[in-house]
Design a protein around this ligand. Structure first.
Ligand SMILES: [Zn+2]
Length: 419
């Protein structure tokens, strides 16, 4: 049995230890805040333009992430300490007929229009950038910096001249495909499997033309064999704008260690996706699974995507029921700690110069403690906690990506004719 004095002493030392931890934590938070504020912070992939084209969304308001199902707006960017973001002109994969390709081109241009209209009407709060220098200049004015990328080469159809058009509209990267194969290459997630075992003949021309223009090639979404084709063919560094490490989370959207090594050799960079399923595999609860099954059976659909095929009125009813289900059986999300595990792995494998941030907000990106852009500073806190230096963190937040951006621009060979 412990004496009174022993017990008191134990309590005293426990309290001392606790307050030391609290002090350490306060010092760490202070340090992280300073680093985060000073660093130029860039996210390379957000699908926010989908909300802009849909209408009814105000990017100048501080929107509630859960109520509006939106993860990015100017006030929240500011709150999360995010200076710059790439907005993706995203096209889902549709039919691969000449008519559908024409329609895809038009749709893509329509999204550019919606973005330009927004940027014009909010010019006091944000501005389009096409170079790192632009970004620093705009950042200094206190405005948010908007870059543009195209997600899914489907947007150009078979028309290589569209790439020049996209570039002239401000586009600085293009993701070659999305969740399914297209006429450019094989996707990492097409359930039908590979068609070309990599790039198609059109895809090879696309890579050459993007090199010529000085447009970054985005290897997120493409299959492993397409990745190796691109890396062989590209004369300049490439980028995965929103992907993770497959060794940490086994998903085809993530890059294997061998791919990461090849990426480092190429001088490229991987920008970490914060989509929970690509960060950590968390098995869904049996209760949630059962409730989902009942809902799908009721509406005679196979999965959540099936909801989109329902008539409008039914779709609304199904969506409302799904929202209720989500409240009752919330999805368990991965955390910032899990996300930084990817960065740790990548840095250990290929060094600090090849990793950055590309959360995929408004395209599925969301962690429990980085649910939207307003919580982005939590990433820096965890990086500081794990011993990353100010210099390392600045590289992760934009230095590495901007290095690639400059290299790709420098490598452009526009005077050469396309062969
Ligand atoms: Zn994507």
């Amino acid at each position: 049995m412990k004496t009174f004095i022993q017990t008191t002493l134990i309590s005293f030392f426990a309290l001392m230890a606790l307050s030391a931890v609290a002090q350490d934590d306060a010092a760490l938070l202070k340090k992280a805040k300073k680093i985060h504020e000073k660093a130029f912070t860039l996210d390379t992939h957000a699908d926010t333009p989908m909300l802009l084209s849909r209408g009814g969304f105000d990017i100048t308001k501080d929107n509630d992430a859960r109520a509006t199902n939106s993860k990015v707006d100017y006030p929240r960017m500011k709150r999360g300490g995010l200076d710059a973001i790439f907005f993706a002109v995203y096209l889902g994969q549709g039919p691969r007929t000449p008519e559908a390709h024409e329609a895809a081109k038009k749709r893509a241009l329509g999204i550019f229009d919606a973005i330009n209209t927004t940027l014009k009407s909010t010019s006091e709060l944000a501005e389009l950038a096409t170079t790192p220098d632009d970004a620093y200049r705009i950042g200094k004015t206190g405005k948010r910096v908007i870059f543009l990328g195209v997600e899914n080469g489907y947007a150009m159809g078979h028309d290589l001249s569209m790439l020049q058009k996209f570039y002239d509209l401000g586009t600085r990267y293009m993701t070659l495909c999305h969740s399914s194969n297209n006429d450019i290459c094989d996707s990492s997630t097409d359930h039908k499997g590979a068609e070309y075992q990599g790039l198609s003949p059109l895809g090879e021309q696309v890579v050459k033309e993007m090199n010529r223009l000085g447009m970054i090639i985005d290897v997120s979404h493409i299959s492993d064999s397409t990745f190796y084709d691109v890396i062989r063919l590209s004369k300049v560094p490439i980028v995965a704008t929103h992907s993770g490490a497959r060794a940490i989370c086994n998903h085809p959207r993530n890059l294997t260690d061998d791919m990461l090594k090849a990426l480092a050799k190429n001088g490229g960079v991987i920008q970490l996706n914060l989509l929970s399923d690509y960060i950590k595999t968390i098995p869904p609860s049996p209760e949630r699974e059962a409730a989902m099954k009942v809902l799908y059976e009721k509406y005679n659909i196979k999965d959540r995507r099936g909801m989109m095929t329902l008539p409008e009125a039914e779709q609304q009813k199904a969506r409302a029921e799904f929202t209720e289900l989500n409240k009752k059986y919330p999805i368990q999300l991965a955390t910032v700690k899990d996300a930084i595990d990817h960065i740790d792995h990548i840095v250990k494998l290929i060094g600090i110069d090849h990793v950055g941030m590309g959360a995929d907000f408004d395209g599925g990106g969301a962690l429990a403690d980085c649910f939207d852009v307003s919580q982005y500073d939590n990433m820096t806190v965890e990086l500081v906690r794990r011993g990353y230096s100010k210099k390392d963190i600045e590289k992760i937040w934009s230095g590495n990506f901007f290095r690639v951006m400059k290299a790709v621009d420098k490598g452009k060979t526009r005077e050469l004719s396309l062969k």
